[in-house]
Design a protein around this ligand. Structure first.
Ligand SMILES: CC(=O)SCCNC(=O)CCNC(=O)[C@H](O)C(C)(C)COP(=O)(O)OP(=O)(O)OC[C@H]1O[C@@H](n2cnc3c(N)ncnc32)[C@H](O)[C@@H]1OP(=O)(O)O
Ligand SMILES: CC(C)C(=O)C(=O)O
Ligand SMILES: [Mg+2]
Length: 512
């Protein structure tokens, strides 16, 4: 099995993400975690960029023990000297020198002819070689460089003793067959190419960074460069975790693997996200919150029967605990029943069906139904009070300069009654309208409201206590709308009150 070396540039190209700025302490923290992940090489920064970055690279160089630490440098002696200073104290230092080779960069940015590019690159590799036993040279924007000129520059780098030659698709322009073909071409056309390691460095402007990097591996690349979570300049770099898991999942196809401790992937991803402030999208491959979550009933059923139906790798393999079955409007009975069992509810088939119907109504209103939602829903269902009055609809008209008015429609066993009333607030108006329907003379002894779930679409739970003569009754209402929850709680309490009154009078009659 061929080993693919992993060059992590989270601390350099990753830090080039707009808005990201890592201080020394943060760089060291990430570097130590990258060491646990067992990446082979880490680019800690660009020492010539600022005194702060030079110091941070130095701190990383001194902190890590088992990883090659790299500093980036333009093809200029001053930049190379800055890397020399920054890498003092490193166990295994390496310098990364780069110069653009494409016609666009030569003409507009560097304002150099081909020959000048060749000579500048040669001089910088020679200078770097005086101080470093390990030198990587990158042909910036290789992806848009003429193949014959690229081969000429790579040949020069090989002769000058570069250890790694990197072929960046700096602007994410190529597609996998084109990028793979470059590696094949260099392998076949550059004399002594086997003396260097060829490296792939891709950007994700067209969403092809991972595919391009894999194409390079299939065509002989020895090293891949990337960042954790794929952060980096513009649309980012190749996500290292995607390459590592692609190789691990399809080992028989690629016949290559990294030396990463895969179970450290999730932890590393979380740390990088936290310290860079770059949130990982839920649908991000491997490390997104939904990468091992299933919401659809058919998928959940498959997962419960056999996980490989819908998972090509396990969450445990990247250091997560388990897959998640998320209950939502697309979920089915299998997952629902499983969740009830998890929560300690062993219900009959009929009860499950009944609760499932209520769950679907709630799921239509909420993106995700949480455990708290379910508990609230189940507890409400399990209280067996006959519904003398059943709330059907409420309508509230409210304005801060007008009197709130509410209209309620309530069903009884033999009719549906609609009433309207005013109040000194929306809830008061609703309660007055309900009183008109029920004809019950009750006192509102207590009213409380709390949110039982989180977020903007949280469920509100309203508790009311009603009293009538010596009888008190509690009611509970649950809804994503607090006015509806208030109405439900009140009607529930009236029903409980009526039930209590019946029990009370039965008991009284019995004692006569
Ligand atoms: C594809 C990549 O990711 S490359 C890395 C990109 N990363 C960064 O640029 C982050 C760090 N950079 C910086 O802090 C600054 O750009 C510095 C300190 C390096 C340079 O700053 P300044 O001296 O003010 O130059 P500025 O950034 O404006 O322009 C870049 C100069 O470097 C030249 N240059 C660009 N690449 C190279 C190179 N590889 N080798 C030599 N010169 C280069 C440009 O032609 C330009 O030269 P000019 O001033 O003669 O026109
Ligand atoms: C410095 C080089 C390697 C780079 O980041 C790029 O070309 O994308
Ligand atoms: Mg880059």
């Amino acid at each position: 099995m061929r080993k693919i070396y992993v060059f992590d540039t989270t601390l350099r190209d990753g830090e080039q993400s707009p808005g990201v700025n890592l201080n020394t302490r943060e760089k060291v923290e990430i570097a130590l975690q990258l060491e646990k992940l067992k990446i082979d090489r880490m680019e800690a920064g660009f020492p010539a960029a600022s005194p702060g970055d030079l110091a941070a690279v130095n701190a990383v160089a001194r902190a890590v023990k088992d990883v090659t630490v790299i500093g980036l440098s333009r093809s200029r002696e001053n930049d190379i000297d800055a890397v020399r200073e920054a890498l003092q104290g490193a166990q295994d230092p390496c310098i990364h020198v780069f110069l653009a080779t494409s016609p666009i960069h030569r003409k507009f940015k560097l304002r150099m002819e081909k020959q000048q590019v060749l000579e500048t690159a040669q001089a910088s590799i020679r200078y770097a070689k005086k101080y470093f036993s390990k030198v990587e040279f990158s042909l910036e924007d290789a992806g848009r460089t003429e193949l014959d000129f690229m081969a000429e520059v790579v040949g020069m780098a090989v002769r000058e003793g570069a250890n790694v030659v990197n072929i960046p698709d700096t602007v994410g322009y190529l597609n996998p067959s084109e990028y793979g073909a470059i590696f094949k071409y260099l392998k076949e056309n550059v004399p002594d190419i086997e003396k260097v390691q060829l490296s792939a460095h891709c950007h994700n402007d067209l969403g092809m960074a991972t595919a391009n990097t894999l194409a390079a591996i299939l065509n002989g690349a020895d090293q891949i460069e990337g960042t954790i979570n794929g952060i980096g300049e513009r649309a980012g770099n190749t996500a290292i975790e995607e390459i590592a898991m692609a190789l691990a999942t399809r080992e028989e196809f690629f016949e290559a693997k990294t030396g990463l401790v895969l179970t450290e992937i999730a932890r590393t991803s979380r740390l990088v996200s936290k310290l860079t402030g770059m949130v990982v999208p839920g649908n991000k491959a491997i490390v997104g919150a939904n990468a091992f979550a299933h919401e659809s009933g058919i998928h959940q059923d498959g997962m419960l029967k056999e996980k490989t139906t819908y998972e090509i790798m396990t969450p445990e393999s990247i250091g997560l605990k388990e897959s998640k079955l998320v209950l939502g409007k697309h979920s089915g009975r299998h997952a629902f029943r499983e969740k009830l069992l998890d929560l300690g509810y062993e219900l009959s088939e009929e009860q499950v069906n009944d609760a499932f119907a209520k769950f679907k109504v709630l799921a239509d209103k909420k993106k995700e139904v949480s455990d708290e939602d379910l508990l609230a829903l189940l507890e409400e269902k399990l209280i067996d009070t006959p519904e003398v009055f059943k709330l059907e609809t409420i309508f509230v008209a409210y304005g801060n300069e007008s009197t709130p008015t509410a209209r309620v429609r309530i069903a009884t066993a033999d009719q549906t009654i609609e009433e309207e009333a005013e109040g000194n607030g929306s809830v008061d108006a609703i309660y007055n309208a309900i009183d008109k329907v029920t004809g019950e003379e009750v006192t509102l002894a207590d009213y409380s409201i709390k949110s039982v779930t989180h977020g903007k679409d949280a469920q509100g739970e309203v508790h009311v206590v009603l009293s009538q003569n010596d009888v008190a009754a509690q009611g509970r209402g649950l809804s994503t709308d607090i006015l509806e929850a208030s109405a439900r709680a009140y009607v529930d309490a009236v029903n409980v009150l009526i039930e209590k009154r019946k029990t009370f009078s039965r008991r009284e009659r019995a004692t006569l």
